[in-house]
Design a protein around this ligand. Structure first.
Ligand code: SF4
Length: 481
């Protein structure tokens, strides 16, 4: 997958003009604000449930090295094969070599953000091994060569007519239809055929349980289960932070994940694998490989502040809560992870230089933080990145501030720390930015300033400060007594 985080502004501007996405995004927050609280209310004590979830994630991330060792020991005892991969390239090379060794021509995949991060599909395709996405949304996005629009629903924004045309062209559907059942059936028929002759299925991992060595997948379509039970070889890929201490912790996090993700109490399918198929079992793979991918996470772990990002359980709740995401959708974020979780994770995984626009595209309203079941303080993380950026600019310039934003705020600080300076600045600026007369008519001789002042006037300063007015009121009250 091409990384386009540096084109954030350019793509966002384009997406803001996309009428179809605009319409869709306007109903997204409404859907989540209705279904999520309703499902959270089914906990006897929703706040305590959230509190427990936050504690589980904080504890799991803090104890990650020991938990991963425990997970490896127990998974090996279950008969799984563990592969540690330092980088995405290493993980991709392992999957590719394994497929080549076994003479595999195609693989199916369950929806997994980690394989998007690795760019696994491109690597397989370039070597002549066809990857088929088996999640309906991923399948549509893959066929249209589009990045995920949303981490939970990658093709949520694609019009049904376009899907119908696509299925006629690519999935052997005979007639056009907008009936979702018929469309689902066509995709199912097409993919079932792939599952029948499948030799290797690839999935992600929602949670890895240290105490039992089990991996857990949560889904609604049943395709991940098909990926695991149809082929002889199952490859499940997880990043380091997927590990949780106990099965009880995992079960609680699944309850929170489903409620925050789709507003369901539980997803339709939850699969728990403890090793490959046993001799007395009918279904399941003969070989189970679990790839544990680092890809920069052990470095993130060393940074006590940045580490908080690893708590994310990919529920997607913060996307629907974010006023920025709900205007521009998922494409501008330019990579696998979008919305506030992408703004938190992408800078750590790709570097601050490539992702500056992402962590600046935030008003710090805190809506994401207030909804996050993993207890991530997104605004605090964005400020942390901004401070690091400003410090590195300063350092690069031998202690002088060169960055435009930093210079602006330096001037801002100078102007706002004395009342007279601020008053003078506002008075000077008003005739140049205020386009609206009292009766609402627009003064067309004033060129519109981009952003805030395009639709608003800069108000005049009050004649007296709040402190002066307060002192006057107090004086009056005292004299009246
Ligand atoms: S940051 Fe929090 S709310 Fe957003 S996807 Fe991750 S866990 Fe969910």
């Amino acid at each position: 997958m091409e990384i386009r985080t540096e084109q954030f502004v350019e793509i966002a501007k384009k997406e803001l003009k996309n009428a179809r996405n605009k319409q869709f995004l306007s109903v997204l927050p409404l859907a989540i604000t209705i279904s999520r609280p309703r499902s959270m209310q089914s906990f006897p004590d929703p706040e305590a449930a959230n509190e427990y979830g936050r504690a589980v994630r904080a504890e799991a991330v803090a104890g990650m090295p020991e938990l991963l060792e425990e997970f490896e020991k127990n998974a090996l005892a279950n008969g799984a094969k563990i592969v540690w991969a330092k980088t995405a390239e290493e993980a991709n090379a392992f999957v590719l070599n394994l497929a080549k060794e076994r003479g595999i021509q195609y693989v199916t995949k369950g929806k997994s953000m980690i394989t998007e991060e690795m760019g696994l599909n491109d690597v397989l395709q370039e070597s002549g091994i066809e990857p088929f996405e088996s999640d309906l949304g991923e399948f549509i996005a893959q066929q249209l060569h589009k990045p995920p629009f949303h981490i939970v629903g990658p093709a949520l924004n694609i019009p049904v007519e376009e899907i119908s045309d696509l299925f006629i062209a690519k999935a052997d559907m005979k007639e056009p239809t907008t009936d979702p059942v018929k469309l689902g059936y066509a995709a199912r028929l097409y993919l079932r055929d792939k599952f029948h002759h499948l030799a290797m299925g690839i999935t992600g991992v929602n949670m890895a349980v240290a105490e039992t060595g089990s991996i857990i997948n949560v889904e609604n379509e049943g395709n991940i289960r098909m990926n695991k039970s149809s082929p002889k070889i199952q490859v499940s890929i997880m990043s380091l932070e997927k590990v949780v201490p106990t099965m009880a912790d995992a079960m609680h996090m699944i309850r929170l994940l489903c409620r925050n993700c789709t507003g369901q109490k539980l997803s339709a399918y939850i699969s728990i694998d403890s090793g490959p198929k046993k001799s007395d079992e009918v279904d399941g793979p003969e070989e189970l490989y679990i790839i544990i991918l680092d890809n920069g996470r052990s470095e993130i772990y060393q940074d006590i502040q940045a580490r908080e990002a690893l708590r994310c359980i990919r529920c997607g709740a913060c996307l629907a809560a974010c006023p920025v995401y709900c205007k521009i959708g998922g494409y501008p974020y330019g990579w696998a992870y979008s919305g506030p979780m992408g703004q938190v994770l992408n800078p750590l995984l790709l570097g601050l230089e490539k992702t500056q626009d992402l962590y600046h595209a935030c008003t710090l309203c805190g809506a994401c933080k207030s909804i996050c079941p993993a207890g991530i303080d997104h605004p605090k993380m964005f400020l942390y990145y901004r401070v690091q950026e400003a410090n590195s600019d300063k350092k690069a310039a031998g202690g002088f501030i060169t960055n435009k934003t930093a210079k602006f705020f330096d001037l801002w600080r100078w102007g706002t720390t004395r009342a007279w300076r601020w008053k003078m600045a506002v008075k000077t600026a008003r005739p140049f930015v205020n386009r609206y007369a009292k009766d609402g008519t627009i003064n067309k001789t004033i060129k519109p300033v981009e952003g805030w002042f395009r639709t608003r006037n800069l108000p005049a300063m009050a004649r007296k400060t709040f402190h002066e007015r307060w002192a006057e009121i107090n004086k009056k009250v005292t004299s009246d007594q």
